[in-house]
Write a protein that binds this ligand. Structure first.
Ligand code: BES
Ligand code: MN
Ligand code: ZN
Length: 513
């Protein structure tokens, strides 16, 4: 698919609010709350009283218990609907213990789980929205996400996810409450569409998504959302002294790019710089990676995908902060023109780096982009990258590491937990800096040992961050790409993490949340 065709393809279910079930609805999705630990209660339906009469609700609950539904997290149970309801079937999705409902991600995950189980239904209606319209909408939209672009007709499933998802809101919700429901839904759809955009970028295979193609698609999607776009090609990067991006990209016949997308908000008080690692494929370069699992390095532009998608969301939501995403894009390949271990390159801004390991390439492209981003004098800098395998050793595959200046790092990690992306704060021990000392240059790109790899990568980046900016670095090596089974609203492949964290941080900075 060319960049021009893909920009206006229709994607995701149509989402709307409803106050009542109708004959056009195929399936009713309800939440099922697990019994208390003490076994005193039965599994019970979640907040259906505004939409179902007592007989229908009791009939559904009894039928679910009869087939053994427990309400455990991730459980889906499909039963025929009671005669009195206009729908054909009821799908219950377990939300776990009642106490878990304090966390909005419980509803998001449940809605996602449900929508992964509903392929082949045209139109579904859910009461999960009674526990949170925004989370139910986000979870449903993302659970319905599929990446089919690379399949020919013969392997494309005939069963498609629902084309329409209706979120039940109580009929009593009139006036301002109704307006709030509509606003919650609209925001959720924009955020979910941005997450899907980031997933699409990550899921697009590396032969298709070269740096030039990636830049082209970012330009098309960015300008469609009202962002201003600037793209530097390899000749311009070379001329301006972007030694990190050039050094990493020069082993590939497909030349690097630097994309800048800006959302200029009217009367904005704050400027936020976003930077995302855009390695469209990471072989490791001359310090080549082992073959096993190398295919997962198609995800090495997950940080770039996230910051592009977050900038698009900021524009569409008209968040009152000025946001510029600075996105280096390159392919890390071994070849006769590739950089060598031992090469010394000069980063944008003049710092020299001894490249001891060509597989520690992310920090090289990020350093150039960070220095460029700081020329705009932002108040905040958020960079994100699939930067280190050590992130997964430290925190596992689902927990981003958040590093940076103490206060902003903690604020970003807290917000990340609130939105269900679950970032966790990590330190930058100062003693690691001398482990990056180089025999010949200002700094080396790797330490002389393998301890604390996620932390030393951030210590390297700190060398390029000025003291007067609040900085957060989010390492999403594991969280950006799900190599395991689907769960909740997370599909296999690209996850879109940390788009929702970044959007929520932008809103927090703007004071609009
Ligand atoms: N892109 C990788 C990090 C990565 C690993 C992302 C696994 C996703 C899954 C990065 O460029 C890299 O190769 N990092 C090296 C750094 C090392 C050479 C200091 C690593 O983590 O091994
Ligand atoms: Mn690498
Ligand atoms: Zn990499």
């Amino acid at each position: 698919m060319s960049a021009n065709e893909f920009s206006d393809r229709v994607r995701g279910p149509r989402m709307d609010l409803t106050t009542a079930l109708s004959n056009d609805d195929d399936v009713l999705v309800v939440g099922l709350v697990a019994a208390d630990d003490d076994g005193e209660s039965d599994p019970s339906l979640l907040l259906v009283e505004d939409f179902l009469d007592d007989d229908a609700a009791e009939g559904i609950a009894r039928a679910l218990r009869a087939v053994g539904a427990t309400g455990g997290t991730g459980e889906v149970t499909r039963i025929p609907a009671p005669e009195s309801l206009p729908v054909d079937a009821v799908l219950s999705v377990g939300v776990g213990a009642a106490s878990r409902l304090d966390d909005p991600d419980t509803v998001r995950q449940a809605a996602g789980t449900a929508l992964r189980a509903l392929d082949g239904s045209a139109r579904v209606v859910t009461t999960l929205s009674a526990a949170g319209i925004g989370p139910a909408a986000e979870g449903a939209y993302l659970g319905a996400y599929r990446f089919d672009e690379m399949r020919s007709a013969k392997s494309r499933s005939t069963k498609q996810p629902p084309a329409t998802v209706l979120l039940a809101v109580a009929a009593a919700n009139k006036g301002t409450k109704n307006k709030q429901a509509r606003a919650d839904l609209d925001r959720a759809v924009i955020v979910a569409e941005s997450v899907a955009m980031a997933r699409d970028f990550v899921n697009t295979p590396p032969n298709v998504l070269s740096p030039a193609e990636f830049a082209d698609r970012a330009r098309i999607l960015g300008s469609a959302a009202g962002l201003s776009v600037e793209i530097l090609d390899d000749a311009e990067l070379e001329k301006a002294g972007y030694g990190g991006i050039i050094g990493v990209g020069k082993g590939s016949s497909r030349k690097p790019r630097l994309v800048r997308l800006t959302h200029e908000a009217k009367g904005a008080q704050q400027r936020v710089a976003l930077v995302g690692k855009g390695i469209t494929f990471d072989t490791g370069g001359i310090s080549i990676k082992p073959a096993a699992g190398m295919e997962n390095m198609t995800s090495d532009m997950g940080g770039a995908a996230a910051v592009i998608a977050a900038a698009v969301a900021a524009a569409r939501l008209d968040v009152p902060v000025t946001v510029t995403a600075t996105v280096p894009m390159a392919e890390n390949m071994p070849s006769a023109t590739a950089q060598r271990p031992g090469d010394v390159l000069t980063q944008y801004g003049g710092t020299t780096v001894e490249v001891l390991n060509t597989d520690a390439e992310g920090r090289l492209v990020l350093a150039d982009a960070i220095v460029r981003a700081l020329e705009d004098e932002p108040d905040y800098l958020i960079d994100t990258a699939t930067l280190t395998g050590a992130q997964m050793v430290a925190l596992g595959t689902r927990t981003p590491g958040v590093l940076g200046t103490d206060d902003f790092r903690d604020r970003v990690a807290t917000i990340s937990q609130e939105v269900g992306e679950n970032g966790w704060p990590m330190p930058m021990p100062s003693e690691l800096r001398s482990d990056l000392d180089s025999r010949v240059a200002d700094i080396a790109n790797v330490t002389n040992h393998r301890w604390g790899g996620m932390l030393s990568a951030a210590v390297f980046l700190r060398e390029f961050v000025s003291d007067d900016v609040q900085w957060a670095h989010i390492d999403v090596a594991g969280p950006a790409f799900n190599t395991g089974s689907p769960w909740g609203y997370t599909a296999k492949g690209g996850t879109g993490v940390p788009v929702r964290t970044i959007v929520a941080v932008l809103e927090d900075i703007a004071g609009t949340d």
